[in-house]
Design a protein around this ligand. Structure first.
Ligand code: NIG
Ligand code: FE
Length: 434
């Protein structure tokens, strides 16, 4: 058992099957270790001051509580009755700042129109950009807040949130402000990402003179303002690029990410969602924190991610959302030693879905991850994918008391059953928020 912190204990989660995801060492789990759950049967967690102060076998935790507190009857105790308790889930890839709907495009896609054709013809991301630019600040903040509520309801306590439906400096900065305002008023931990290079605006693509370079330069020119945004003060701030057919090529992605790195931002990339352009090798070369999607990634690139320690963030709900059957091969990433995370990619185009439990269930069946590997992929490794290792993703002393009480006493059951919300209670910063 581990203990720390002089405050008196105010909350104990007792009689739990704990999956701590902790081995006392930093970094993600990869390869043969990807599925190490740090399981403690008959466990308990003690909380003081919003942090975990003791975690381990329940008799040891209670001895600690009795030594620490003058009265143990003042402690709020929740009996988990043997059910599985996980670290608060981490959703490492979302797009939550948007207005409007793409239900019309969804219907068109059902009868054969492709996602990339819609994008090339001014729809797709561009349709959401128009609706989002037209929305007021308060409306966007309210929409993001409602989406954070839905995620927390599903057991997610740390959420990465991207901009990318602005695409001008003023709009992108406004969306960063929306993220800051919604995050400040919400208990969830929010990790912001600037995705200015999400799509090439029509003005740069069309007649008479298409000038892709001008837009890439405009995005690079936004970086100093992004890096100076108050959002970066309390934690990591990332820069992402959508590198794929119909979006940005590798040279453009390299230009943006190299400048972002020089500006002090962490790096992410949307890579190999539709076609392999080489962005995954670039992510490894630049030491990106994560590379995301990775449906069309080669074994050599998987090995490169393993070497650079870049987390492979797989997004099976996107494949479902696209009506595709081409899933990222999670088992191959594990075999090549790349740390794997699973995220929702919640967005209006390809993944209108807040249920990370479903990503877990699909990640086992079609990504061929074991249940244990997939559970690490939505906790410890997901925290590493958003630069929050040491803060989120594990049940360990000193960390924010973020935990999910599930509806089952068998970890396997959390991927076996699918389609429902497996979170019964959710603790965030030492308080029950569900
Ligand atoms: O992760 N691929 C780029 N971005 C999103 C989709 C955004 C949209 O269609 O609005 C994704 O799939
Ligand atoms: Fe995405």
């Amino acid at each position: 058992m581990n203990t720390a912190d002089p405050l008196s204990i105010h909350l104990v989660l007792d009689h739990a099957t704990l999956l701590t995801m902790d081995d006392g060492r930093p970094g993600p789990l990869a390869g043969a270790r990807q599925g190490e759950l740090g399981r403690v049967d008959g466990g308990a967690i003690a909380v003081a001051g919003g942090r975990i102060t003791a975690v381990g076998p329940r008799d040891e935790v209670w001895r600690f509580v009795e030594a620490r507190n003058e009265r143990t009857d003042a402690v709020d105790v929740l009996d988990a009755a043997g059910r599985v308790v996980l670290p608060g889930l981490v959703d490492a890839h979302t797009h939550l700042v948007w207005a409007g709907t793409r239900a019309d495009e969804f219907e068109a896609r059902l009868t054969g129109t492709s996602y990339l054709d819609l994008l090339a013809n001014g729809g797709g991301i561009h349709a959401t950009v128009r609706a989002t630019r037209a929305a007021s600040f308060d409306d966007l903040a309210a929409r993001m807040t409602a989406r954070l509520d839905a995620l927390v309801d599903h057991g997610v306590t740390t959420v990465e949130v991207k901009t990318g439906y602005g695409l001008t400096v003023d709009e992108e900065m406004r969306h960063l402000d929306v993220i800051a305002a919604a995050a400040a008023a919400h208990p969830a931990h929010v990790v912001p990402t600037f995705l200015g290079a999400h799509a090439l605006p029509g003005a740069y693509a069309g007649e008479p003179t298409p000038d892709r370079g001008a837009f890439v330069r405009a995005v690079i020119d936004m970086l100093p303002r992004v890096a100076a945004h108050p959002l970066g003060l309390n934690g990591p701030l990332f820069c992402d690029v959508f590198c794929d057919a119909g979006a940005f090529d590798v040279a453009e992605t390299r230009a943006v990410l190299t400048a972002a790195k020089a500006a002090g931002l962490g790096l992410k990339v949307h890579s190999d969602e539709f076609e392999n352009l080489g962005a995954t090798a670039l992510a490894a070369e630049l030491g990106a924190t994560s590379a995301d999607h990775l449906v069309a990634t080669t074994p050599a690139e998987m090995a490169a991610l393993a070497k650079s320690g870049t987390v492979a963030v797989l997004l099976p709900l996107t494949t479902i959302g696209l009506g595709s059957t081409h899933f990222a091969d999670g088992a191959a990433f594990v075999r090549h030693g790349a740390p794997v995370a699973l995220a929702s990619d919640w967005n209006p185009g390809t993944a209108p879905c807040p249920n990370l439990w479903l990503a877990l269930a699909i990640g086992t069946r079609y990504g061929r991850l074991s249940v244990a590997e997939a559970l690490v992929a939505v906790t410890r490794n997901a925290a590493c994918a958003v630069g929050r290792d040491g803060v989120a993703g594990r049940l360990a002393v000193g960390r924010s008391a973020d935990a999910v009480l599930t509806d089952s006493d068998d970890p396997r059951d959390l991927a076996y059953g699918f389609g429902t919300n497996r979170a019964v209670r959710v603790m965030l910063g030492g308080r029950w928020v569900r």
